[in-house]
Write a protein that binds this ligand. Sequence first.
Ligand code: SF4
Ligand code: SF4
Length: 342
Amino acid sequence: MARKIPYWHPQVEHFDLLPKLSGNEFNGVGEPVPRRPRQIFWLKRTAGHPFGRLQDAVVDRYNGVPALYEVFANADRGPRPRSVPEAIRNVQPAEEWARQVKEFALANEADLVGIARRDSAWFYEGYEADLPFVIVFALAMDYEMLTQQPSTFENPIAQVEVANQYNRGARVVARTADWLLERGYRARMHAGPWVHGLALVPAAIAAGMGELGKHGSLINRALGSSFRLAAVETDMPLAVDTPDRFGADEFCARCQVCTDACPPGAIHNDKGMVRGVQKWWVDFDKCIPYFNETFGCAICLAVCPWSKPGRAPSLAEKWSIRAAAKSENDGEATHADLGKRA
Ligand code: SF4
Ligand code: SF4
């Protein structure tokens, strides 16, 4: 894929699906007061939602591509966990539970696992958060497949890979939920792309899975941006991880690879105020028509220098020194602050 992609000329039918309401306004761009996010995409119920018609059209387009229909419709998304915990709760220290659940998930298809104490600010308006911990999983994508962008009807390979990893995430989530229930604890599953109430990116940041990049997705010190997320909420007492600062934010401030590569020009070079937090943000109104047209664009993830296999660890080693110096100068941000920056 060429690094610089020519500016894209939108197809009218994709713009016609957008409501009059701006997605950026809906997302809280420019709002100085913190509030919970509103779910805008990958809704379980689309009827009556301002962006529901758009999502229905996206799903119809996906289903019209045989390879994509096949990978979602006939996927193995794991066992159905038993819905009622029947066992008497096993009790042991939170550190030991955390060690065991991570070991289990890593042995059951997860590539990375992190744990955070739940923050209700991560949940979309209208969803209740009543379980105290969130276990977050990362599923690495095949870089060669991911870079075959943009997806077309004839060549949807990148999107097939995205779907494959969402399905793998669903299996990890289902097996881990089953493991938690078996030990007498509650579990609520968030397997993408329909994540049911939980915004995965801020939870993943708090769980030590990476930093928010200029492209609006995570950058991880091992996988770059070439991965997908899934999560389970639980009341099992667990030792939590801390946010991982390794210089991705400072790197993004000097890089504009994704900004240059984004065909509709949706990625800004500067941070903006979103629901009371100054952070990187993506222009939803520009991104989504292209995203729809290309069956779920992920060009920004594919071109990110951190995503290239083997590159992220060496970049993290180099840039973590700058991040440490900046933290000292700025005064260390609290862990909660870092999670909310997503
Ligand atoms: S391409 Fe560059 S600016 Fe964009 S997210 Fe990756 S590192 Fe940050
Ligand atoms: S996913 Fe959206 S922001 Fe990223 S490159 Fe595609 S259009 Fe741009």
